[in-house]
Design a protein. Structure first.
Length: 245
């Protein structure tokens, strides 16, 4: 069945109200009618089978079934992504969501070209969250990844983390390969990974991460584009510790 996302507050008991965007899709694109059934997800990890009652500007329906889907990786990965130019962040979020990332944290670095004013940053964040929601719906995830507001990289570097968390900083000038860094680490319970923007991280940023206890690692003999590196490291960690092994 077709899958749609709803905000948690749009589910009241057994009654569901779809927002205008989802209502437009189910009415005008799919041409669904009252009596048809769809699946609604609210990010809580459950699938709600909904029988449509009214197809209007805001469609409504009644929940007729609930199922819990085991689609989340047991290994949560936070991708701290240096803010790239253009719409590359959308592509990164979309791919990382499909690969099971738990959180995406956009970061302003020394070589970040994009500078967002407060209003523009809020608009971008709303757009990124929508992209994550659409990607989760398409790939069948029952939970939505968290998309944070843009913050300076230094804030993410110093963010407290439990000792069981692998903190990894990718740097193209680091000679030690990723596999070596993972082999020398205890089995972690999750990971935080820093990926630089176009042009990579500066040595000062990498040194700051090293002083804060982050592991520095390269990612093979080839230099990856920033929109490739983020999803690639998420996939590698899911293969090593998560649900892709």
């Amino acid at each position: 069945m077709r899958r749609f996302t709803i905000a948690p507050e749009r589910r009241r008991g057994d009654h569901v109200t779809f927002d205008r965007e989802e209502s437009r899709h189910l009415a005008r694109v799919l041409r669904l009618k009252p009596g048809d059934t769809v699946v609604a997800v609210d990010g809580s990890g459950r699938d709600f089978t909904v029988r449509l009652e009214q197809v209007a500007v805001e469609a409504t329906g009644t929940i007729v079934g609930v199922a819990t889907r085991d689609t989340e990786s047991p290994f949560p990965v936070t991708l701290i992504q240096g803010l790239p130019k253009g719409d590359k962040m959308e592509a990164i979020i979309r791919a990382a969501t499909e690969l099971g990332v738990a959180r995406v944290a956009p970061a302003i670095t020394a070589r970040t070209v994009v500078r967002l004013e407060a209003a523009r940053a809020a608009t971008r964040l709303t757009r990124w969250q929508r992209v994550a929601r659409e990607a989760a719906k398409q790939c069948g995830r029952a939970r939505l990844p968290e998309i944070d507001a843009v913050r300076p990289l230094a804030d993410w570097i110093t963010e407290p983390a439990p000792a069981s968390m692998l903190r990894l900083c990718l740097w193209e000038q680091e000679g030690a390969p990723l596999g070596q860094g993972l082999a020398n680490a205890d089995v972690p319970r999750g990971a935080m990974v820093i990926v630089g923007p176009e042009g990579g991280l500066t040595r000062d940023e990498v040194d700051a991460a090293r002083r804060a206890g982050w592991r520095i690692a390269g990612f093979g003999p080839r230099i990856l584009r920033t929109e490739t590196a983020g999803p690639a490291i998420v996939a590698a960690l899911q293969f090593a510790y998560g649900d892709l092994k």
